[in-house]
Design a protein around this ligand. Structure first.
Ligand code: 0O2
Length: 266
């Protein structure tokens, strides 16, 4: 990569990160819309900063004009999951996609780094359409739990502070806290089903309340105001009972009323 033209060079990488963020966020919202647990908790992305690229080039003895050919993580996506099991589910999901071609997979969960770092990395080939044509570029997707991310973020800041000279007592502390993270992740996995159930119920309830309020709002435009206010009062009574079955029944009945008024398309 010619550093003088770095802005132009990095353009396809920015596009890839933007597109992939849209796609992974869409996966999250699709699960949520269906009232389902999403294996992806959140996703973020970045294009590696020039200074970080230069640092890596120096560390790995990569000639400056060969950065693009040698760095797989100029475009980076980070997927955060709640549980270790979700990481492998997300990796499976990525493998099935037609818009990403696997280049390399690195399982630093089964084989943690000497530092204690754990994460699942997949490097994919991803095609972007630019004004100069199609570009196929590598994108590094790091998949990790919230707990792994907490550890990696802190360790990364310390690595940055000490460069390659981290005091031994500090690196020992980090290794031991990495073990605590392993323990925490495996304890959380034991209650995964219960946590997923709780989160699903809460999401289903949110979706139901949203649908009901939309229906009431639509009815308000076409039905008798007093009747709509009566429906709203009934809704508040059902809502206060904190019973999902009653809420679902109310929503179904309201749907029929809405259909009778032909108000769905409003
Ligand atoms: P930054 O600043 O996050 O971008 P390889 O040629 O495969 O041996 P490479 O390309 O460094 O080496 O790949 P590797 O080892 O899979 O690491 C890629 C990225 O994973 C790193 O990018 C970090 O983001 C993260 N990572 C790897 N090891 C550690 C670690 O010990 N601690 C933390 N906190 N993160 C780690 P960069 O460019 O090194 O850093």
């Amino acid at each position: 990569m010619q550093i003088a033209l770095w802005r132009d060079m990095l353009d396809p990488y920015y596009l890839a990160v933007d597109e992939l963020l849209v796609k992974f966020n869409h996966i999250i919202s699709s699960y949520h819309r269906e009232g389902k647990y999403s294996p992806i908790e959140e996703v973020n992305g970045r294009v590696k900063s020039i200074s970080s690229m230069l640092d890596k080039a120096r560390r790995k003895k990569i000639p400056i004009d060969q950065l693009e050919q040698n760095l797989d993580d100029i475009a980076g996506i980070r997927i955060i999951c709640q549980f270790v099991e979700d990481i492998y589910k997300v990796a499976g999901l990525i493998r099935t996609r037609k818009d990403m071609e696997i280049k390399i997979e690195k399982d630093y969960i089964a084989n943690p780094k000497p530092s204690g770092y754990r994460s699942y990395h997949i490097i994919v080939w991803y095609k972007v359409e630019t004004i100069s044509g199609t570009r196929k570029i590598p994108v590094e997707i790091q998949i990790r739990t919230l707990a792994m991310n907490f550890w990696a973020t802190i360790e990364h800041s310390l690595q940055y502070k000490y460069r390659s000279q981290m005091p031994k007592d500090l690196s020992d502390k980090l290794k031991s806290s990495a073990q605590s993270i392993v323990q925490l992740d495996s304890e959380m996995s034991l209650v995964r089903d219960e946590i997923m159930d709780a989160q699903n119920s809460s999401r289903i309830r949110d979706n139901l309340i949203n649908d009901i309020l939309n229906d009431i709002q639509n009815l308000y435009k076409v039905a008798n105001k007093r009747e709509v206010e009566k429906i709203q009062d009934e809704f508040f009574k059902v809502y206060q009972k904190e019973d999902i079955v009653l809420l679902r029944r109310f929503s179904e009945q309201l749907n029929i009323t809405v259909e009778d008024y032909g108000a769905q398309s409003l």
